[in-house]
Design a binder for this molecule. Structure first.
Ligand code: PLP
Length: 440
């Protein structure tokens, strides 16, 4: 390929040119096929080039692409919102959906909506946001400030908004010897209570967290009881609960929203990656009826807007993706293939001296690489060991999602897997075998 004119992450890299997709595979201009075991960053999830989604997008292009949301709504946007609201975690109420173009924009939108909620409720002094570390909530400045990822924050410090961070539950490194799962869950949840008290209960606007932590920590679910306790604390203190389901949502962990499995509902939920599954750049915010009621009774206006909200082609594409997931019963395959992946990783790495932890849920799994299994000592993040494993897997034709360890030493390097919900038994076997060869 001639020198690229596109601004890539690595300006010195020569990237393969992908020309087509076929189920779990991406194909480059030399005809080489890559088994996509991560869907980019857990984006593609129903396979590449799905015929039903392609047809739905083509049909929408033939009728309506865009009508400005200042004056109109449109049918695909309404149909997708009805679909999402109908499947919202119990406790959301009727709810409403707002569309954005990316996960980061969705995070900005929920922070602004939380702020609007507090002002409309005549509680303008509620301004503090509490989030967790590690976490990743996006790349725009507000979302970046919310994320607790030392390496990504550092170049842009001081960030525009001040966000307070508590530890995310991370059993491998934070659960104490002899501490039960319940005790660990309650201890980690009590960090939120303590932080609200420290800041002053009447000054806290929202708590933001990923129900299953994605890229920053590597598919880390919370211990049993954590989320129920978090919900109680938020209710007791009048703090909004914001679930960032950009990566964990839309079936990735086996249910549409990961928080469903915890038996609670958030007040505001973001979703993105599996929503459009890569067929359209689309994200959404789901607001519980409690939030909608306050805004309706207050100014009655949404204090946020982007030109391309409710884009008809984007929403039609995303609706088709969600229908494929449901009509083809793909979440059952997520659970079956997820169990196979968990067992395969356990067999391949359970005794490996450089794999300290294997964690995940559904079809969302991670191995954490360590320099010393006994002491859990991480590799020096500057050695880029996860990146080397990712490159070795790519050289063998399998795409994974490697992440460097935290420069602040909070966690080690990891390699994340997020295969397609349509993955076959043979594909999962090949993913595990290739990762084992890459680690070796
Ligand atoms: N929130 C979470 C949990 C994410 O994983 C990401 C992206 O990886 C984002 C937000 C930001 O999404 P986007 O990259 O679409 O802006």
């Amino acid at each position: 390929m001639a020198q690229s004119s596109v601004f890539h992450r690595d300006l010195n890299a020569e990237l393969p040119v992908i020309v087509s997709g076929d189920g779990s595979y991406l194909i480059d201009d030399t005809g080489r096929r890559y088994l996509d075991a991560c869907g980019g960053a857990a984006v593609s999830c129903i396979g590449h080039s799905n015929a039903k989604v392609r047809e739905a997008i083509k049909a929408q292009v033939d009728t309506l692409a865009f009508a400005h949301t200042g004056s109109f709504t449109n049918q695909p946007a309404e149909d997708l919102a009805a679909h999402l609201v109908a499947r919202a975690p119990k406790g959301t109420g009727a709810g409403r959906v707002m569309y954005l173009g990316s996960g980061s924009e969705a995070m900005e939108a929920v922070l602004k909506l939380a702020r609007q909620y507090c002002i409309e409720k005549s509680e303008p002094e509620r301004q503090h946001i509490i989030a967790r570390k590690p976490s990743y909530h996006g790349n725009t400045l507000g979302a970046l400030a919310t994320g607790g990822h030392a390496g990504r924050r550092a170049p842009f410090a001081p960030l525009l908004i001040n966000v307070n961070h508590i530890d995310a539950p991370y059993p491998y490194r934070l659960q104490q010897d002899g501490e039960s799962e319940t005790d660990f869950a309650l201890r980690m949840a009590s960090l939120l209570d303590a932080e609200i008290t420290r800041l002053g209960a009447e000054t806290v606007m929202a708590f933001v967290a990923e129900p299953v932590v994605g890229a920053s920590l590597g598919t880390q679910p919370a211990p049993k009881g954590y989320w129920a306790r978090i919900r109680e604390i938020c209710d007791k203190r009048g703090v909004l609960l914001i679930a960032d389901e950009v990566m964990s949502g839309m079936g990735r962990t086996g249910t549409t929203y990961a928080l469903e499995q915890e038996g609670i509902a958030a007040d505001l939920t973001t979703m993105a990656k599996g929503l459009g599954a890569g067929y359209q750049p689309i994200a959404a915010v789901l607001a519980a009826q409690k939030v909608v009621d306050v805004v309706k009774a207050g100014s009655g206006k949404l204090w946020n807007g982007h030109t391309y909200m409710s884009h008809a082609i984007a929403t039609a594409g995303a609706l088709a993706v969600q229908q494929v997931i449901e009509e083809e019963n793909l979440l059952a395959n997520v659970m079956t293939r997820g169990a196979q992946l968990k067992a395969g990783l356990g067999a391949a790495f359970g005794q490996h001296p450089n794999v300290g932890d294997i964690r995940g849920r559904g079809l969302f799994w991670t191995i954490e690489l360590v320099a010393d299994w006994a002491t859990k000592a991480p590799f020096d993040p500057l050695d880029g060991i996860a990146m080397k494993v990712g490159a070795a897997a790519k050289a063998r034709g399998v795409m994974t999602y490697p992440s460097q360890g935290c420069v602040d030493g909070v966690k080690g390097d990891h390699v994340l897997l997020a295969p397609m919900y349509t993955a076959t038994e043979a594909e999962i076997d090949l993913i595990v075998q290739t990762l084992a060869a890459a680690v070796a």
